[in-house]
Design a protein around this ligand. Sequence first.
Ligand SMILES: NC(=O)c1ccc[n+]([C@@H]2O[C@H](COP(=O)([O-])OP(=O)(O)OC[C@H]3O[C@@H](n4cnc5c(N)ncnc54)[C@H](O)[C@@H]3O)[C@@H](O)[C@H]2O)c1
Length: 426
Amino acid sequence: MRGRPEGVTRTLPDPHPRDSADSADSADPATRGSGLGARGLGLGTPDSELEEELLGKIRIAIVGVGNCASSLLQGLAYYRGKRPGGAVGLMHWDLAGYAPHDIEVSAAFDIDVRKVGKDVSEAIFEAPNCTTVFADSVPKAGVRVRMGRILDGFSAHLEDYPESRRFLLSDQREATRDEVVAALRESRTDVLVNYLPVGSERAARFYAECALEARVAMVNCMPVFLASDSAFAARFEEKGIPIIGDDIKAQLGATITHRMLTDLFRKRGVKLERTYQLNTGGNTDFLNMLNRSRLASKKVSKTEAVQSVAGERLRDEDIHIGPSDYVPWQNDNKVCFLRMEGSLFGDVPMHLELRLSVEDSPNSAGVAVDAIRCAKLALDRGLAGPVAAPSAYFMKHPPHQLCDDEAYAQTEAYIRGEPVPDAEEA
Ligand SMILES: NC(=O)c1ccc[n+]([C@@H]2O[C@H](COP(=O)([O-])OP(=O)(O)OC[C@H]3O[C@@H](n4cnc5c(N)ncnc54)[C@H](O)[C@@H]3O)[C@@H](O)[C@H]2O)c1
């Protein structure tokens, strides 16, 4: 992560700090961005009324209006109606001056006929999305879902399943790169949030290229390696654009639980000898992952997340982690079956079995809401390239793995605006 090269700093003072006493539901604008600046539009001087209106907001473009996007957008509406003390389910209400509802959707792209053309607040409730509805209502965003670029976002095996369960391609003309770039620029997007299906290698790179050209930050929630690919990360650094990635680590999901237990074995001197993590679910993410040829990077991401905190790396045949089956009636409920076998004092064997049941998409949104705000802080502070600490804490496959305690401490320091090691030094 590097400071933005001279001449392209986006930091602007906030001429309209909101009074936090008037608005108990709002984070303190005086400390927004840790006092290091308010908002960078990257589009010239904030002389228009529109730009003034956008100050203090975080404008996100969503790529893939699926279940994760649904939970995130529902969450923005849900927390708008809460007060800081009574808000359950957040790691931070006030993240360096940004509250959850300072995030707003500026643009959205999808390829499904039931979503393209609709206001994003309606599209999130269209099939095949099947996650829990927890927000009473989601106000109209005034943002229509645009037709994106299909590339490898759609896997042929989906056609064997009922339309209500799978993606259904729109016949609208696909967007060109120039159109996506123009949409990002015109919508004053700060951060592109990538929610494409697993295995969308070409599509993920296409949208990442658009982000680079439009000069917007990126939060990469899925396992195509961008932040953790040194060549791609260097492109973000050269362009002066921050990125947080790759592959979101859910709030209390299989990965963080498996990692914490692996770390516990290490700290308590128990040798971890064999482990598996089997996962089942009934959403399109699980349906898509039935195509094993799309899974290579997901498997690396999930397996490395655990291997990297083990006292000693396990042999490949002694660790099995991955999505295991698609069970339609589970919908967005994900069940993880975890087993760890080890040896404790006197080389005496022990084993642990755990079953975790979670709603998959709110579990990711609880982390995305902080990752997006950390990406915006990076913009405010003129940082470029992979943002090391939040990537390590929020993502399964960051450029540099840290144990979760260390990643947590560094992320909190980052949020406070204290110096934290660069990715290369972490
Ligand atoms: N739920 C979690 O906890 C979690 C954790 C880590 C990673 N992820 C990853 O996040 C991603 C999103 O998950 P989800 O559950 O929202 O998936 P989803 O299947 O519900 O949504 C994917 C969306 O992308 C759209 N899409 C497909 N190709 C596209 C293209 N080329 N351009 C634009 N849109 C396209 C689909 O129509 C769909 O709306 C997945 O890769 C998943 O593995 C989720």
